[in-house]
Every structure is written in C-alpha cells, then in structure tokens.
Design a protein around this ligand. Structure first.
Ligand code: 5BU
Length: 475
C-alpha cells in the first residue's frame, strides 16, 4: 500500500471503530457539533495504533532532526511511546499536574536545555493543549517548535500555534478526512456539507501568546547563552540569587570602592562610567577587579560607543582607560551600523567579552523609533558570540532566551529626575517589562544607607523574578 492508500485505510478504520462520529453532539464547552472525535478508543485496536505510528513515522519523523518526542497527555502518550521505540528517539513525558511531594518537575526523562523536542498530539482544535505542553517544555529550556498531529480540525489551531512559533504537520485535515469518508460511502455528501459549513462558521478562540523568554529560570537561560559573559552573568544571578546591577555613578575612586565593599554581595553586575572619575588610576582597576572576584560580580563599562568601527576599536583598546583590559562587557550604540560590532568582535583576540547593544533608552523624548529598535535586534543576532543582550525597556524587543535584557530607569518611588530620566518600579520592570538584569543608580547610591537600600532592591527584584518564573502571575 502506498502512503495515500494507508491514509485512506486509516480514515475508514477510525470511522469503523467510532473514533470519529457524525450526528448531533454537544462538546464539553457546550457547543453543538455535527462531528465528534474520540481517539482515546484506539488503544483497544493494536492494528490502528500500528498504522498511525507507521504513518507518522514515514510522514514526519524519517527526515526530521529532533532529540526527543513528547506526547500531549493523555491520548497521544501511547502513540508517542510507539514512535519513540520505532524511530529510536528518546521520549519525554509531560505530567498533567505537578507531583504533590518531592520534585515539582513537570517533564520526566533525561534532557538538556537547548535540545529539540517534537510534540505528538491526536486532535488540534484551538491548539491550547499543545500549547500547554510547549509551555512546560520551554520552561525547561527545550526547543519546542514543531508538532505532529493526527487530525487538524481546521478551526484556527494551526494559526494559534503559529503565533507561538509552533508549526504543525497533520496526517489529516478535517476536509480531507471528510472527502475520504464520502468517497468510501461512509458518510453522505449532505453530511459532508453540513460539517464543512460548521467548520467555516465555528472558529476556536485565539489562545494566549506564550512565546516568552522571561518564563525561563536564569540557570536554564545560561545553558542557552551563546556569549560566555552572558552565560557567566546568568549563572551568577542564579547562584547569588540577585539580578541587581548597581550603577556606581560616583566621581571618586574611594567612594566607589567603599560602596562596593558594602554592597558587593548583593549585586550580580557593577556598571561604571569610567570617564566621570576624577582620580582614575591603574590601582583603582586592580582593586575593582579584586572586589569583583571576592564578591563574584561582573563589570559593565557603560561607555555607549557610537563611532565608526576603527575609532571604537581604538577607544576600547587604548587611551587612558584601556577598557578592554578590565571590563567584562560594554554598552554600544547600533547607530553607526554593523562596523561597530565587527570592530569589537575583532578587538580582543579571543578574550571573553560581551556587548550590550542599546535597543531602547529610558529617557524622555529620546529619538529611538520602533524601526530602529527592530533593526538593532536584527544586527545583534548576526553576532551571537559577542552579544550579551540589549539595553532596553520592553519584553517584546527581542525573544532569544540566551540574551539578557538590561533595564535602567528603575526606582522604588520617584517617577522622573528633572533631566529626562523616567523611572519604573522594580515590580513593573520584572513582571511587565521583561527585565532580566535591573540597573539602579541613584536609588541606591544617593540613599541614606546605600547598603540597606541595595538589600531592599535585591529582595524586591528577586521576589518578582521568582513570581514570574513560577508562572503564578498574569501574563
Ligand atoms: P539612575 O541613577 O538609576 O537614574 O542611573 C541609571 C544609569 O543607567 C545611569 O548610569 C545612566 O547612564 C544609565 N542609563 C539609563 O539611565 N538609561 C538608559 O536608557 C541607558 C543607560 Br542606555
């Protein structure tokens, strides 16, 4: 039998075992439907199980590269099991509810973040069940972008899944299943028309968009980072349990070093403006580096380079400050074009370095437009080894989970500073605006007790981070 014939055979079989029924039915959600699927019954028919598994294997698995298969619970579980054995691709099992004791794991099996998982499902109507599984897989850092299903009811599921970056391949669409059944005299042309009209009139509701890097914990994102500094920063955040970046906007070396002695343990990143320091010396850098080592934080020089590649390369490597020798990462404008990234990429001969590209600014009336932001992100994605992430203000700016959103313009109370700076609260930047690392300057530096204030910021930021990765917030 050729594949075409096998499909026809399967369609007829599904009809004969009552896995697809025609008449007057009412769905769980109270909608009347002339066609009803119950593929749970197939477990009673080994021949049908075998047929489905062979067809999916030849149709979708033979030429697909994936590291795992995962069935959407429960109906697709036995099919995924058969396929896993047949194709020799390890399976993952998604729980429907977390265990009440022990690990809270939703995905069982051995896997690593970054691996690709193909989803298996029986019927797709709105796509919401597939999406639930996608969500849990992505939370673990797995790549879930493809689903193979037996039947697409053609009621909007394909589109709903596409908006969440999930492509589906189906053995049958409802229309071609109906056509086969008419051809084999299983249903009348009149019934076929009724079903087709019903499909045209009854679309499934749109589903939420879950394409959201901010749902992943930092340790998983570390595994997905392509730049070594970004990887290290994600890991520091996870181990020190802080995503606070202190902007040490002070003008003397002693005030900076004294402050870092007190707050170093609470921060993951220290941001400098090296050119505002009045008594800069090489000794300052030695002491700064030694604090960074002792307290396990990284250093970001907020230089905002914005010239042609050749000049930026000189500014980065030479001059009084020799930034390349001590800064783990630097901020860079995309304004001059890609040459600036090429220059930095070639500047350090393999020494670990990272770039945060400015995609948005916090200041009022800044001239960055949505197009500029979009082009900036596109440019950055061409330099995966160089890029730590973006300085930006919004979750939608980029979606790559291996990149970091660094967000300045944060204070507990004030909303503006009189010179254009606009502030958001820690809660807002973490829960709504997608910040990963949060930059606080005067909120801590100018406080009566910077030490206790740093702790306040660290705690409120981390509390909201835990809230968002636990999935217990409205998205
Ligand atoms: P503040 O004291 O928390 O307002 O300091 C914020 C720091 O972040 C300061 O050093 C700015 O130079 C830096 N910053 C910013 O505020 N907004 C931006 O969009 C960018 C950088 Br990019």
């Amino acid at each position: 039998m050729c594949d075409e014939q096998k499909l026809e055979h399967l369609a007829v079989k599904l009809f004969e075992i009552n896995a697809v029924k025609f008449g007057e039915f009412t769905t769980k959600s109270g909608i009347k439907t002339p066609v009803y699927f119950d593929l749970r019954v197939i477990v009673s028919y080994p021949e049908v199980m075998q047929l489905i598994s062979n067809l999916i294997h030849d149709f979708a698995l033979k030429d697909t590269k994936c590291d795992h298969l995962c069935g959407v619970p429960y109906t697709a579980l036995p099919i995924a099991t058969l396929l896993s054995v047949q194709a020799n691709i390890p399976m993952l099992m998604r729980r429907k509810e977390a265990k009440a004791y022990g690990t809270k794991k939703m995905i069982e099996g051995h896997y690593k973040a970054g691996q690709k998982c193909l989803i298996i499902e029986d019927v797709v109507t709105s796509g919401s069940s597939v999406l639930e599984t996608v969500k849990d897989l992505r939370k673990e850092g797995l790549v879930a972008e493809e689903a193979v299903i037996i039947l697409d009811r053609e009621q909007g599921g394909r589109q709903n899944l596409a908006t969440n970056d999930v492509a589906i391949k189906s053995l049958f669409t409802m229309s071609n299943l109906i056509n086969i059944l008419v051809e084999h005299n299983k249903i009348s042309a009149q019934m076929a028309l009724k079903v087709k009209n019903y499909l045209n009139d009854t679309k499934a509701p749109a589903v939420e968009n879950i394409q959201d890097r901010t749902l992943l914990p930092y340790e998983k994102r570390a595994e997905l980072a392509t730049n070594s500094i970004a990887k290290e920063l994600f890991n520091i955040m996870a181990t020190k349990k802080t995503n606070l970046c202190l902007s040490v906007d002070l003008t003397t070396t002693t005030s900076i070093l004294d402050l870092l002695e007190k707050v170093g343990e609470h921060v993951c990143l220290v941001k400098t403006h090296i050119d505002i320091i009045e008594d800069f010396s090489a000794d300052f850098i030695t002491r700064l580096k030694s604090l960074a080592k002792r307290f396990n934080f990284l250093i970001l020089e907020d230089r905002k380079y914005a010239d042609i590649g050749n000049t930026v390369s000189l500014q980065y490597l030479k001059g009084l400050y020799k930034v390349a020798e001590w800064a783990d990462c630097v901020t860079v404008h995309s304004l001059p074009g890609e040459g600036i990234l090429k220059a930095l990429n070639n500047s350090t001969n393999g020494v670990s370095q990272g770039v945060f590209l400015l995609a948005e600014m916090s200041s009022e009336g800044n001239l960055i437009t949505p197009d500029y932001t979009e082009e900036t992100v596109k440019m950055a994605l061409k330099y995966p080894n160089l890029m730590c992430g973006f300085v930006c203000q919004n979750k939608s700016t980029f979606k790559e989970p291996g990149l970091i959103q660094l967000t300045p313009g944060v204070q507990l109370e004030s909303t503006k500073d009189g010179l254009g700076q606009v502030y958001n609260t820690p809660e807002k930047v973490m829960l709504e605006k997608g910040a990963d690392v949060v930059v606080v300057g005067r909120g801590i530096v100018a406080a009566k007790s910077p030490e206790s204030q740093a702790l306040v910021y660290k705690d409120v930021l981390w509390k909201n981070y835990l809230k968002r990765v636990s999935g217990k917030m409205e998205l």
